[in-house]
Design a protein around this ligand. Structure first.
Ligand code: ZN
Length: 134
């Protein structure tokens, strides 16, 4: 598999607008338009820095995965996403190597990306997302 670079770092926050202010007002990073990913019960904002982005994630439902993450572990880094050249190939390779996956097949993520998560038991507790974009 070909990993190109860190695509983004996902940060779970309670209040996306409040959290974004640090990046926009203090660090001077421009925020892209927000997007709701209904399937994930999450509102997302990307703050791009050259090849990588900070992805702020706010739950839209009290029972969403981001709400549960914050309940258990507090706000903070929730996942790291690696950009891959071909996500199907990457998933096949991981399956062949016996790596446990959360997503057996790619699904639609924010910004039109195709994404899949690897089980954090395989990565010393880090939730790793693979991500392919056109
Ligand atoms: Zn992500």
């Amino acid at each position: 598999m070909k990993v190109k670079h860190i695509d983004h770092i996902g940060v779970a926050v309670k209040d996306l607008n409040q959290a974004a202010k640090f990046y926009t007002d203090i660090l001077g990073i421009a925020k892209q338009e927000e997007e709701v990913v209904a399937e994930q019960k999450v509102r997302v904002a990307f703050l791009p820095i050259t090849d990588s982005e900070v992805e702020l994630l706010e739950s839209t439902e009290p029972d969403g995965p981001i709400a549960r993450f914050i309940e258990n572990r507090g706000e903070g880094i929730q996942h790291i996403a690696f950009r891959v050249e071909n996500i199907e190939e990457a998933l096949e390779e991981l399956k062949e190597k016996g790596i446990r996956l959360i997503d057996q097949h790619p699904r639609k993520g924010a910004g039109g990306a195709r994404i899949a998560f690897i089980h954090p038991k395989e990565t010393n507790g880090v939730l790793v997302e693979l991500c392919e974009r056109d």
